[in-house]
Design a protein around this ligand. Sequence first.
Ligand code: NAP
Length: 256
Amino acid sequence: MSANLLVLGGTTEATALCRTLSDNAICGVVSYAGRVEKPVQQPLPQRVGGFGGVAGLVAYVRAHGVTHVVDATHPFAAQMSRNAVSACAEAGVPLIALTRAPWQAQSGDRWTHVPDIAGAVSALKRPAARVMLAIGRMHLNDFAAHPQHFYLLRLVDAPDSVLPFPDHAVVQARGPFTVADDLALMRHHKIDLLVSKNAGGAGAAAKIAAARRLGLPVIMIDRPALPDRLEAHTPQEILAWLGHSKPDLAGTDLGV
Ligand code: NAP
């Protein structure tokens, strides 16, 4: 039986994987949550919208004859990743996650680690500052608790409701970003504090490097915990898992 993949997407890594799958003539569908108006077009067919929890995902997998699921969602898309683990176990379909290592603080970094969004909100209980709030748009309202700050927001789509900040600026842009661009952006807005999720990977790393260069403090939101699952870090490892290429296990941690 030939493979029929479901790729849970929404990341730069998922885009790279879709290209590799297409180049290798592997069938599959990429799934988006529908958070952005125009998702990146992929060389695979795509579907948009939630499945309806674990039961909905099990039903989708069965109805579409999915043979393998690749969870290439963002490390902070914890609900989707938990659902994928439960649904694949229930449907008896193999699951692998395409993940990226978290960023590690380097010399010159001034990070304060917080465990979650609520921790980042608490860390902003301080005198007024010019804050780059690089967390996407889902949890912006939580930061309304600290209206004393100027907030710089970078969003894929223009906000669809009034933002709860008296003093803010919105930059509409889609990554990946360069360090030069992020240095210029931070300088232009006279940013003195960055709030970031520890996304890892290259697509969003420029702001971390820019903050280091400018000596800015960073409130770094640590990743949510996820259940054990098989993990890979490159599209080539996914191919090996599918049996489409010789596994090169040196330096990888294909395992839970
Ligand atoms: P989440 O909290 O884990 O997911 C909430 C619900 O959204 C899921 O239970 C599922 O609904 C639906 N969903 C999420 N990803 C989906 C997908 N790829 N295909 C179909 N349904 C999906 O996720 P989130 O943090 O809101 O992120 C949503 C999407 O944006 C993810 O695909 C992620 O890769 C991407 N993204 C997230 C972030 C971030 O910081 N969180 C950053 C960049 C990109 P049902 O329960 O109804 O199936």
